[in-house]
Design a protein around this ligand. Sequence first.
Ligand code: MG
Ligand code: MG
Length: 248
Amino acid sequence: MITLKSKREIELLSIAGNIVYKTHKYLLPYIKEGVKTKDLDKLAEDYIRSQGATPSFKGYEGFPTALCISINSEVVHGFPSERVLKNGDIISIDIGACYKGYHGDSAWTYAVGEIDSEKKYLLEHTEKSLYVGLEQIKVGNRIGDISSAIEKYAKEHNLGVVKELCGHGVGTDVHEDPEVPNFGIPNTGPKLKEGMVIAVEPMLTLGSPRIFVHDNNWTVETADHRPSAHFEHTVVVTADGYKILTGE
Ligand code: MG
Ligand code: MG
């Protein structure tokens, strides 16, 4: 069921989204060679709690940590661990925060030190595909308009679209209806209405979009072990377009 959020609910979702945004900014100076991913997780969890919020993902269907940290060919749902960041890695950090029962959700892929030109290309165009999708958000358009715009942009740039995972509604649950796939057909799917809150999150790959899931039943990685990137914002549909809740 797709719910439309009230003004009061959108205020709380904005606060949650802003905490997620500030957590990303807080982590930035620590994303460098030699840092353990579990240390990023600890920093983020402490920061989220200092803002009066709780990490949305910790304990969600048994997920063990505050952050999902996915490196290089890992697409999503990587576990923070003793793994140490290396120069040339790309690291996708997915952050969820819950404030007074309302969630914010945003993922971003960062370069560790100097990355090669292929990885730069992947990051640049996966980020752009997110905004190309967001541009479709207006009252009266449909979810398929967002999905197809992302898919078209990815194809034009020779990037693979991971199809097994998608965006979603956000509210009192971090994953609500509707699903927001990163591929689809224009003018299909649920209509966008003022007060809908959705997370749009393209996951694109340099090689084949085929994936496999690790034995931990969570971590998703590309089957060909080529790099993957993930950019996500939570947004609210407004009378005249949309507003990003997980930005400044
Ligand atoms: Mg999400
Ligand atoms: Mg996310």
